[in-house]
Design a protein around this ligand. Structure first.
Ligand code: FAD
Length: 448
């Protein structure tokens, strides 16, 4: 039976995927008075233990915070739960560390938040809205987007359920079933690429007193050229450690001795923190996960269906922007609902026509940031550039915002952040050339 109950004056909207982005979108739409149904493949995560595989914690920054503020959760997440990280703490091979602040000028920071906690808080918030209904254990198996119909498999009872909606929102992640259905339409562009590196999560537990074993308010990085390890703090004083490296390197470490030799060579200070036994258990107990990015467009089908979040634009995780960009989709959509007074044809068209410019950009920036994190941060040229960037930012904050700061601490469109970087590069090149020539001239006259 088609389930299309409708309250007068409001739209009936089906969101596929009750992950981070789907649940934020549900709150935005519920606040506007629409009837929202969330269909989620998994069980209610509030009732299930944490599963290994997806990142356990995430870096939340300004774009994500803005959406959380709009739906009334920012204060709770930041104050009750988030752990501020005010810079990168770089671990050298000899175990010594130094800090590169994220924002030396204004001391802004990013926040480490638990994925499950955040998702559960969003779902819990939606319990407060009578116009939101959640259907867990519902896997989308078929969609007719032009007609606005969806078929779900109920994973517990194995029944099929047909539903109809005024608008279908695909928030079903990087391997989106809604997107698969959209791909059947002509003129749909789609690129998907796996990078050659994968990631594996390890853990540094709290110490015997239940405290952090490393300074807590940083994102720790062990940059090692072609690979790296990072650690983000958790609320229970443990650290989620993520090792990023080529799949070929993961494969070559196939015995306990090789693993310990590898860690002793590249991450010696981490062994005591993780513990030898736990390192072996966690490394061989999991397998490295792939990293994929997806670019596609358009994001919509007429006035009937729309992709948001990873379903529209999966990015590699190195800028900490995947979720933040997904939350920003929801904020932008909310503005469009306001601007066009719920006229879906206009809202979907404008979102689709404009948003891709910025999401394609963050996709490219995230790939670049991997190179910065694993390699460039250790180079003197990077540190000179960063010092100059920070100095000019200090002197001219309205004109010169460094790339990382504009991406992380402003809501400037990603494409503008990248354009700024390009002209800043030209200015710096000019300054270096002038300085170089002046030095040469000085040396020439000094020895004449
Ligand atoms: P998802 O979180 O993937 O949620 C999709 C939901 O749809 C899931 O609940 C899934 O069960 C459901 N679903 C899937 N298929 C179906 C179906 N057929 N039917 C019904 N439901 C379905 N981002 C940041 O901003 N900061 C970070 O620090 C950060 N770190 C990351 C680290 C790693 C290692 C990785 C892999 C990603 C990281 N990200 C980070 C990116 C972030 O995880 C994603 O951008 C974010 O989860 C996207 O949310 P989403 O709701 O669009 O998709």
């Amino acid at each position: 039976a088609l389930n299309n109950e409708h309250a007068k004056g409001s739209l009936d909207i089906a969101i596929v995927g009750g992950g981070l982005v789907g649940s934020v979108e549900a709150l935005y739409l519920a606040k506007r008075g629409h009837n929202v149904r969330i269909y989620e493949y998994r069980e209610d995560i509030r009732k299930t233990p944490q599963v290994r595989g997806r990142s356990i914690n995430l870096a939340l920054s300004v774009r994500g915070r803005r959406a959380l503020k709009d739906v009334g959760l920012e204060q709770h997440i930041i104050e009750e739960h988030g752990i501020p990280m005010k810079g990168r703490r770089i671990h050298r091979l000899d175990g010594s560390t130094y800090v590169i602040p994220y924002d030396a000028r204004n001391n802004q920071c990013i926040y480490s938040v638990g994925r499950n906690y955040l998702n559960a808080s969003l779902l819990k918030e939606s319990d407060n809205y009578e116009n939101v209904t959640k259907y867990f254990n519902h896997k989308l198996i078929e969609a007719n987007l032009q007609k606005g119909t969806l078929t779900f498999l109920k994973t517990d009872t194995k029944e099929n359920v047909d539903v109809k909606a005024d608008l279908i929102i695909g928030a079903d992640g990087a391997f989106s079933a809604v997107r698969k259905s959209m791909m059947k339409q002509p003129l749909f562009d789609y690129t998907q690429k796996y990078i050659e590196h994968g990631y594996l999560e390890l853990c540094i537990p709290a110490d015997e007193q239940g405290s952090f074993q490393m300074p807590a308010n940083y994102l720790h990085i062990w940059p090692r050229g072609n690979f790296m390890m990072i650690a983000l703090p958790n609320q229970d004083c443990s650290w989620t450690v993520t090792l990023f490296m080529p799949f070929t390197s993961f494969k070559s470490i196939d015995t306990e001795d090789k693993l310990l030799a590898f860690f002793e060579k590249y991450f010696p200070d981490s062994i005591a923190l993780i513990g030898r036994k736990k390192l072996i258990e966690d490394f061989f107990g999991g397998s490295p996960s792939p990293l994929v990015f997806v670019k596609c467009r358009p994001y919509h089908v007429e006035d009937k269906a729309l992709l948001i979040g990873d379903a529209a634009h999966a990015v590699v995780p190195f800028y900490g922007q995947g979720m933040n960009a997904g939350f920003e989709d929801c904020t932008i959509l909310d503005h469009l609902f306001q601007k066009y007074n719920d006229d879906l044809a206009k809202i979907l068209l404008e979102f689709s026509d404009t948003r891709w410019i910025d999401t394609f950009e963050i996709c490219d920036l995230a790939l670049y940031n991997y190179i910065e994190m694993r390699d460039l941060v250790t180079r003197p040229s990077y540190r000179i550039r960063k010092a100059l960037d920070d100095l000019i930012y200090w002197l001219l904050p309205d004109i010169w915002v460094p790339l990382y700061n504009s991406v992380t601490f402003t809501t400037m469109p990603y494409s503008e952040c990248a354009k700024n970087r390009q002209w800043q590069n030209k200015v710096l090149k000019y300054i270096f050339t002038v300085l170089g020539v002046s030095t040469l001239v000085g040396v020439f006259y000094a020895f004449k």
